[in-house]
Design a protein around this ligand. Structure first.
Ligand code: 6PG
Length: 251
C-alpha cells in the first residue's frame, strides 16, 4: 500500500483535485482492461466532486463513461427517490449528466424491506461485474470514501462486524447511532481496491482526520484508520480546515 495525505486549500480545490485523480484512474483502467469500476461515496462532501466530473471542465483526461461501471460504497435503507438516498444524490449531481449506460449504474436495492437481502443481491452483482480480484476479493479500480466525525467510512461505524477480516463483501448492519439499517461494502472489499480516495472537508472533521492518521494505542482504531488497500493506493484529500489538527509536515 502507498499512502498519501494531500492538503488542499478548500472544498472547491478538493473537488477539483479529486475529479482529476478519478478521471486519470478511470481512463488508465479502461486503457489497461477495457472497463473501469468506480465506487461512489454518499454524504455531502462528494457532491462537489460529482459536479466537477459532470462538467468535465479542466479534467486532465476525459472520463470514458461508456466503459465505466458505477457502484455505491453504502446506502441508507430507503428507496432511491428518498432525500437521504446516496443513489439519488449521485444521480442528480453526476449520473444524469454523463453518457454512462443505464445498465452500468449498479444501485443498491435499498428499497427492499429486508436489508440483508439487498446486501446479498449486491454482493452477487459485484461478483458478476467486477471480475478483477485480489485474494479472491473483487477489485474495484477507484473507491471514494467520506469520513464521519467518529471516524466512520461508508457505513462502517466503530465496532461494526463488517470491519472483520472475514466479513462478507456487503453487510446490512443496524447502526445504533442512526437508529436504522445501512447496506455497506465491508472493509475487506474496500481494501481490495486499486485506489481508495478519501474526501475530507471542514473543521468538524479535523479531530477525526488526526485520529485516523495516528490512532494511538488506547482504544480500537477508528474505521478510517483501517482503510489500507492491500495492493493499492490510498490518497486522503483533505482541505485546510479538516487538516487543522494535523502536525505540520517535517520541513
Ligand atoms: C453516508 C456516507 C458516509 C459519509 C460520511 C461523511 O452514507 O453518509 O457513506 O460515510 O461519507 O458520513 O459525510 P459528509 O460528507 O456528509 O460529511
Amino acid at each position: 500500500m502507498t499512502r498519501e495525505v494531500r492538503i488542499v486549500d478548500d472544498a472547491a480545490a478538493l473537488s477539483a483535485a479529486a475529479a482529476a485523480e478519478i478521471a486519470v484512474a478511470l481512463a488508465a483502467a479502461v486503457a489497461a482492461r477495457g472497463q473501469a469500476t468506480l465506487v461512489l461515496s454518499g454524504g455531502s462532501t462528494p457532491r462537489g466532486v460529482y459536479a466537477a466530473l459532470a462538467s468535465g471542465g479542466g479534467l486532465p483526461a476525459p472520463v470514458p463513461w461508456p466503459r465505466v461501471h458505477v457502484f455505491w460504497g453504502d446506502e441508507r435503507h430507503v428507496p432511491p427517490a428518498h432525500p437521504d438516498s446516496n443513489f439519488r444524490m449521485a444521480h442528480e449531481a453526476l449520473l444524469a449528466h454523463v453518457a454512462i449506460p443505464p445498465e452500468h449504474v449498479h444501485r443498491i436495492a435499498a428499497e427492499l424491506a429486508d436489508p440483508a437481502q439487498a446486501a446479498t443481491r449486491y454482493a452477487q452483482e459485484i461478483r458478476a461485474v467486477v471480475t478483477d480480484a485480489t485474494g479472491g476479493v473483487p477489485r474495484f479500480d477507484v473507491v471514494l470514501l467520506g469520513l464521519g466525525v467518529d471516524g466512520h467510512v461508508a457505513s462502517l461505524f466503530p465496532g461494526s462486524p463488517a470491519l472483520a477480516p472475514d466479513a462478507p463483501l456487503v453487510a446490512a448492519p443496524y447502526v445504533q447511532a442512526m437508529k436504522a439499517h445501512r447496506i455497506t461494502m465491508s472493509l475487506p472489499l474496500l481494501n481490495a481496491a486499486r485506489a481508495v480516495i478519501g474526501l475530507v472537508s471542514g473543521a468538524a472533521k479535523a479531530a477525526a482526520m488526526r485520529h485516523i492518521l495516528a490512532p494511538g494505542p488506547a482504544s480500537p482504531p477508528p474505521p478510517g484508520a483501517l482503510v489500507q488497500p492491500v495492493h493499492g493506493r490510498l490518497l486522503w484529500l483533505v482541505d485546510r480546515a479538516a487538516a487543522g489538527a494535523l502536525a505540520p509536515p517535517a520541513s
